[in-house]
Design a protein around this ligand. Sequence first.
Ligand code: DGY
Length: 322
Amino acid sequence: MLPKVFIAKPIPQTVRDYLGKFCEFAMWDKERPINRQELIEQISDREGLLTTSLITRIDEDLLLKAPNLRIVSNISVGYDNFDLEAMRKRQVLGTNTPDVLSDTVADLAIGLMLCSARRIVELNGFVKEGKWNAQISEELFGLDLHHQTLGIIGMGSIGLELARRARNGFKMDVLYHNRNRKIVAEEELGVRYCDLPTLLAKSDFVILLTPLTKDTKHLMGYKEFNLMKHSAFFLNISRGETVDEQALILALREEKIQGAALDVFSQEPINKNNPLLQFQNVITVPHIGSATLACRTEMAMLAAKNLAAGLMDIQPPNLVKE
Ligand code: DGY
């Protein structure tokens, strides 16, 4: 008998065809996301779960209600949904999809930096609202991206791809802050390690790329925004919770920074009354870091391979260990 699997969000047909060879699966195919209760009902007799870090927490309470579960395979690099202690205790494996999304997310970071620096979103509105009726005066000028200083907080594989683009494409100076030094990147790309306060004080663009952990929760707060240049932009492509959102709102109100570009929020989808939506100098996108068809297909396939390995008692290629 084939193992039973639940897929918590729609995935491409090619990946379903692959999964069909080694498991019997049901898939959530509604447009709205599955909620926690519905997921728990679906996995009560399943051995495998294909999900993402954004759906629900895999904790003791959920695991108790899914006694047959052996592996949870995330279609995301993030795994902040895993309560690793609870999973270890119940011998449930957790996997993620690193690397395959790094280029795609790094592309978005460049896009957001360009939009911020050259005011592309704002000036698109300006043209469409029929306000372009004279020469472009200095008030509409933007800033250069090239030759500016980029500060990357969290130098994993997305950070490296971003640094490569920034150094080779835009001739930027790149500073980074990370748990550990990346000597190869320093030698290959000429990026420079520095402590967080120095990075914040020197960068024209500060980008947060860290995973969400207990150490990175609210890593950027009022004190940190205060250390940034008034002319600098802040970008978050990691998780909403890595930023104290109220502190960011205050920093924007007090013009401590020039603007922000955000892919992630403390509540997703964002509440339409969130003050962040009122600022003209804040660009918001709906958590689209890895959202291209090619990238999401690759991520889903990698997640399916991790799942297959786990169900066959082979160590999955992307087993999460800590
Ligand atoms: C990831 O892969 O973690 C992205 O943020 C999508 O969840």
